[in-house]
Design a binder for this molecule. Structure first.
Ligand SMILES: Nc1ncnc2[nH]cnc12
Ligand SMILES: [Zn+2]
Length: 338
């Protein structure tokens, strides 16, 4: 590892774009399948990993939703979260805002309470064991309809005081943010933050819709914003946080190779970019693997990595006091590693 990659790996950081279902490692998939007596179409762990070759987002989603079928009980969700938090601890991730997809589970007859209670238990364990703070972001699946999203928000009502915000994920092309304008407005009325995947595969116009119609507090991915200079200027001027996922972009063919990833351009354009893992079990790595991958491509400086870590807290939904505390920890780390 270069000195720069080692420096980046040691920075205290937050993760703002992580689908908990996407942290299901093949080993855990087999363990859950066995204990829940769920059949999976793979002979062994190697066969699972071999299947993780994707040409686009939909290729991945098909396998990802199938994999989630092994998640059945509160204990499964708690252990899934625990395994993710152990990786956070190893990567100096001290705060994380976790996406979960209730509809993937409720459609299979798993009550939303089973999912949320399991995740909340894992989050409490992580706070106690690792000192890692976390919150939940309930994502609507955009390939499903508005009524299904409203029903999901309604089903989540008993837990809304434990949920930081709502998000929008799944198949982007053909499912513009406008489809969910009313449910995002309802979420805003309930005091929830709003984020949305936009500009991963979809056009810059979807990013504009996420801003204007969904009134997002944060933008997930946002890569294709770079095709529209006026949009870039708007995002930079407003200090909008982009949760960028380099290894995901590579695995889903959003970029042809890691050296072509625009993370350096985003920073030079004044965008508040952050680095995240998205679905680490499927895309070849957790947060520090992403930091290391972009460090190895040699286009970012030490100051850029400090900026990326700072952005991860500035873009979080933490209180101002907590953000200030984490920024001070970054300064102390940088001063101790000249
Ligand atoms: N990268 C991604 N884009 C859209 N939906 C997702 N669900 C899980 N990962 C996703
Ligand atoms: Zn994502």
């Amino acid at each position: 590892m270069t000195n720069l990659a080692t420096f980046a790996a040691g920075l205290p950081k937050a993760e703002l774009h992580l689908h908990i279902e996407g942290s299901l490692e093949p080993e855990q998939m087999f363990a859950f399948a066995r204990r829940n007596a769920v059949a999976i179409p793979y002979a062994d762990v190697e066969a699972v990993r071999a299947a993780y070759a994707f040409n686009n987002l939909q290729d991945f989603l098909d396998i990802y939703y199938a994999g989630a079928d092994v998640l059945r009980t509160e204990a499964d969700f708690r252990e899934l979260a625990a395994a993710y938090f152990a990786r956070c601890a190893a990567d100096q991730v001290v705060h994380t805002e976790i996406f979960f997809d209730p509809q993937t589970h409720t459609a299979r007859g798993i009550p939303i309470g089973t999912v949320i209670e399991g995740l909340l238990a894992g989050m409490a364990d992580a706070q106690a064991e690792h000192g890692i703070s976390s919150s939940l972001i309930l994502c609507f699946l955009r390939h499903l309809d508005e009524a299904d999203a409203f029903a999901t928000l309604e089903a989540a009502r008993p837990w809304l005081d434990r949920i930081a915000g709502v998000g929008l994920d799944s198949s982007e092309q053909g499912h513009p943010p406008s489809k969910f304008e009313r449910v995002f407005a309802a979420a805003a009325e309930l005091g929830l933050k709003r984020v949305a995947h936009a500009g991963e595969e979809g056009p810059p116009a979807y990013v504009t819709e996420a801003l204007d119609l969904l009134k997002v507090d944060r933008l997930d991915h946002g890569n294709r914003s770079l095709e529209d200079p006026l949009l870039v200027a708007r995002l930079a001027r407003s200090g909008m946080t982009l949760t960028v996922c380099p290894l995901s972009n590579l695995k889903l063919c959003v970029v042809p190779d890691i050296d072509a990833h625009p993370i350096d351009r985003m920073l030079r354009l004044g965008l508040r970019a952050t680095i995240n893992s998205d679905d680490p079990a499927y895309f070849g790595g957790y947060v520090n693997d992403n930091y290391r991958a972009v460090a190895a491509s040699g286009r970012l400086t030490r100051d850029d990595f400090v900026t990326l870590a700072r952005n991860s807290f500035l873009g979080s939904f933490l209180s101002d006091a907590d953000v200030a505390r984490h920024l001070a920890a970054i300064d102390a780390y940088a001063a101790a590693h000249p």
